[in-house]
Design a binder for this molecule. Structure first.
Ligand code: URP
Ligand code: ZN
Ligand code: ZN
Ligand code: ZN
Length: 485
């Protein structure tokens, strides 16, 4: 059998196994995995390298206006390029409804932003901020297009849809096999704290973290899970930032609740001390839920190891530290008027590899699950997330030994800062492939604007017990020994 591309001599990593193998690719698809594959019109030497499924970024804000009208600094070009340099083959940004907008209009808007620009395969999660009867009627058409997940908010006045709104969405999602993602923070607690701090004149960035206490997340996670259980719908808790929140997720999963969850590198890498940097530097570290403390970091790592989280996602929310982003309300705006979010789409996987695999906190199999396989399964990307014959050739070749210090230039996004700048990272992606196309190779972009495809996703599979141990691939048995040309 002749192959267009053969990746040879690499160490292939699956969620359950790590072994030397060659990979043959034809027509954008993995055609064979075997101990030795001869030939190949293109032969890629992966000696001494790890060959893993390309990352799937399941949480990022690209070409999205925030509810207060600030446009993210990254469009589908810079966002996808930055994702690719960070080891991702596919990403799923949000298509965000603003109140009063029809869903048809939202999807058309994001198609116009993504299709001409993305270098990577993409899909969207639909953010619903206005679940009016007319909007709810549109949702079946959204599933039919392969957009099988929504995000709703329990916080932010312009986004929060209330408990009854959530029950409506969860009920429709259940009917269609869609997954509801939730940003869980108690809006009233946060607003009450904001009023108290404002009255006392406490408006510097560091008060942002104090205004959104751990209890606000824990209460909202508990409530969101209760709402989902009331109507027996699947739920995905995004950006869990607290030990208490993670404990609820773990307990509920063990009890059989159809629950999924993620955390993000910023909650592992940074603390609320970063909000107290001199001057307005702390504004760069304002995100919601906020950064916590060192004990939380340790707790979240324990939960990552224990399988509480399906994935570690970036929550890339790029607002520059200037008047287009963080400081749209002035250079010394009070914290409630500073844009929420930080960039990190290119650092998610290098950070997780370096702090996780290289430091012995997680295994290579865990890394593959947390970076790719689970996101594919949970979000219905049925031909992605594993190196298995018949799947898309979405592959990242990593040098596990390369050490580099993080710089802003290496992010390839449109940002003017990186919260990860200066960190020492061991293990970097060298070649990233999407559907058989080389997107990044040895620090160079090889793909073009608009080369990525919209991927229609499948309904969420809640047939297996949730929890990442349920997502295993018995792959070795399906591999051949030797494939001659
Ligand atoms: O602060 C954040 N995370 N901004 C992005 C929007 C969101 O809540 O995910
Ligand atoms: Zn959120
Ligand atoms: Zn500290
Ligand atoms: Zn987000």
């Amino acid at each position: 059998m002749q192959f267009e591309t053969v990746i040879h001599d690499g160490t292939v990593v699956t969620p359950s196994e790590t072994f030397k193998a060659d990979i043959g690719i034809n027509g954008g698809v993995i055609a064979a995995v075997a101990e030795r594959i001869a030939g190949g019109e293109r032969r890629i030497d992966a000696g001494g390298r790890l060959v893993m499924p390309g990352g799937i970024e399941g949480h990022c804000h690209i070409a999205q206006e925030s509810s207060s009208g600030v446009m993210a600094a990254d469009d589908y070009y810079s966002g996808s390029v930055s994702a690719a340099f960070g080891g991702n083959s596919t990403f799923i940004p949000f298509a965000a409804q603003h109140r009063g907008q029809s869903i048809a209009d939202v999807i058309a808007t994001y198609d116009g932003r993504a299709a001409p620009n993305s270098v990577l395969d993409y899909s969207y999660h639909l953010i619903i901020s206005d679940p009016s009867p007319a909007v709810l009627e549109e949702l079946p058409g959204v599933f039919a297009r392969g957009i099988t997940s929504f995000k709703v908010f329990m916080t932010y006045d312009l986004m929060n849809i209330g408990d009854a709104g959530m029950l409506d969405i969860l009920t429709i999602a259940k009917t269609h096999g869609a997954l509801t993602m939730v940003h869980a923070e108690n809006n009233e607690m946060v607003k009450w704290m904001n009023r108290r701090f404002a009255a006392a004149g406490l408006t510097e960035p560091k008060y942002h973290a104090l205004s959104r206490p751990e209890l606000a997340e824990e209460e909202a996670i508990h409530r969101a899970v209760s709402l989902a259980k009331l109507v027996d719908a699947a739920l995905f808790i995004v950006h869990v930032s607290t030990r208490g929140g993670a404990e609820i997720v773990r307990r509920e999963k063990l009890a059989g609740t159809k629950l999924f969850a993620e955390t993000c590198p910023q909650y592992l890498a940074l603390t609320r001390d970063d909000l107290d940097r001199p001057g307005m530097e702390g504004a760069k570290y304002i995100c919601s839920p906020p950064l916590r403390d060192h004990a939380t970091q340790e707790g979240l790592w324990q939960h990552i190891r224990a399988g509480t989280f399906e994935s570690v996602s970036s929550d890339h929310a790029p607002y520059r530290a200037d008047a287009t982003g963080k400081f749209m309300n002035g250079a010394d705006a009070p914290y409630p008027k500073i844009a929420n979010g930080m960039p990190g789409i290119a650092m998610r996987l290098p950070y997780l590899f370096s702090e996780g695999v290289a430091k012995g906190r997680i295994t290579l199999g865990d890394f593959v699950r947390l970076s790719s396989t689970n996101a594919a399964r949970v979000f219905g990307l049925d031909r992605k997330g594993a190196i298995v014959p018949g799947f898309d050739a979405d592959i990242a070749i990593w040098n596990p030994d390369e050490k580099r210090t993080v710089t802003l230039e290496a992010q390839h996004d449109n940002m003017d800062y990186s919260p990860f700048e200066g960190m020492e990272i061991t293990g970097w992606p060298e070649l990233v492939m999407n559907h058989g196309r080389t997107v990044v190779e040895k620090g160079e972009l090889k793909a073009g604007r608009g080369d990525g495809r919209f991927i229609a996703r499948k309904p969420v599979d809640t047939g297996a017990m949730p929890g990442h141990r349920a997502v295993e691939f018995e792959v070795a048995a399906r591999y051949g020994k030797e494939i001659a040309p």
